[in-house]
Design a protein around this ligand. Sequence first.
Ligand code: ZN
Length: 248
Amino acid sequence: MVDWYTQADAGNDVIRISEPHVNELLSANFWWLRGTDRDIVVDAGLGVVALREAIPGLFARDPMVLLTHAHLDHVGGASEFADRAAHPAEAGLLAAGVPASLYGAELYDKLGIDASAEPVPELMIDVLPGPDYDPATYRIEPLTLKRTIDDGDRIDLGGQVLTVLHLPGHTPGSIALLEERTGTLYSGDIVYDGALIDDLPNSDVAAYRRSMEFLADLDVSVVHPGHGHSFDRARLHQLAGAYLRRRA
Ligand SMILES: [Zn+2]
């Protein structure tokens, strides 16, 4: 079996989990937060390899998973968690079954991505996780939520308190989570240091602009995004400013 997941200490009792064998477009980060009272997992990866077998410790304290939005690379592993939460605007898509495929052409078609502008990868993973794995079996089953979370809600883990920020644009129910004691922002796909996506069928540029206006002033010490490396407040403000200029 391939080592599918990479774990890295992100400081302050937070572990970054990523999937290095997944194509750049879908290779997301998710975040394991270890509070003194309970654990929270922010997003759950693509779901190609069972988390419970690969990272048993993740489930030792029966964590709640908070989904930043309903895209396959963030919710694929969510069915493994009993306690699931997301914004109500994503609940319908999750309940219907998030569009998913490991074949590039089929995936682009399902997501409504224009495939004419760039080469489409044949397969979205660069190695099979095991010799018997069949990419054609990959799908995301319909997911019900145990609870919904909305702007201003607070989730206390003990030692870390997350505040929910509803920041639509990438999708209608995209959320970020702000841990105020450490100034850590978990931003999902709203902002990361790379090409941001605001042209999917349920994206909304005007809403994205308002979300970026909010982030352009936000006082944080570090951003842990849904894709790529973490960055500081100065870079957050640069990225938000660049988006606002591009979409002015
Ligand atoms: Zn996304």
